[in-house]
Design a protein around this ligand. Sequence first.
Ligand code: ADP
Ligand code: ADP
Length: 233
Amino acid sequence: ADYVVVEGVGKTYNEGTRQQVEAVAPTSFTVKAGEFVALLGPSGCGKSTLLMMVAGLDAPSRGTIAVNGRALTAPRAETGIMFQDPTLLPWKSALDNVLFPFRAADRGTPATDSATMARAATLLDQVGLKGFHGHKPRQLSGGMRQRVAICRALVYEPDLLLMDEPFSALDAITRDEMNLVLMKMWEEHHRTALFVTHSIREAVYLADRVLVMSRRPGRIIEDIRIPFPRPRG
Ligand code: ADP
Ligand code: ADP
């Protein structure tokens, strides 16, 4: 079944003013439940803008988006999100950062129920941060911080995981490591995922399908299915 349906969606910033920028040209695509889709395109083509619209954090100038059969009008509590900058709270431990809601729809207060706390601890162990639950962000490396951010995006069991170049700021080796961590988490938790990247290698490595965008104003110009099992390494 189609989980995400994007129909004729376009975005023009500052429409009708001299600062008008057409960021995304009207474009359509669907993502099936359980699929891992990469959105690939050159820098500035409108990938983030498209992702923010699917997150419900930015309104389309035209077209419609539906998620799980419902028109998207606001951020959903069931959408998990990751950005290039993990934006952890510096005064909170890794565990508390995982528990502190940071989603497309923000609950505002951290969960303290034992089931959520246990899930957060398990997630941290799964990404290789056993023994680091109490560490503050400044005591962790860049890769470790993104591991915390993966846990935070998954802790409320989102049905849809949106990722905007989450590993672009990391060095090549850490980035490969993080792709492995993400695949492992994907196999454990298997959510529908949309991953923005400008790296062909990363897109092909991670995704079941790659949607290729043209230069700004971007629109999807190719829809490529990656054979399963996918190439690794
Ligand atoms: P990408 O993620 O592919 O690098 P973006 O979606 O970030 O592309 O940006 C697409 C275009 O829209 C760029 O030209 C960018 O400068 C412009 N843009 C992004 N956000 C805004 C904004 N809030 N106001 C005006 N222009 C913007
Ligand atoms: P289909 O088009 O029938 O979904 P696919 O080749 O896309 O066939 O995938 C077969 C199954 O394997 C699907 O249920 C898909 O969600 C799942 N799948 C694809 N990639 C992965 C992965 N990396 N980890 C776990 N399951 C996956």
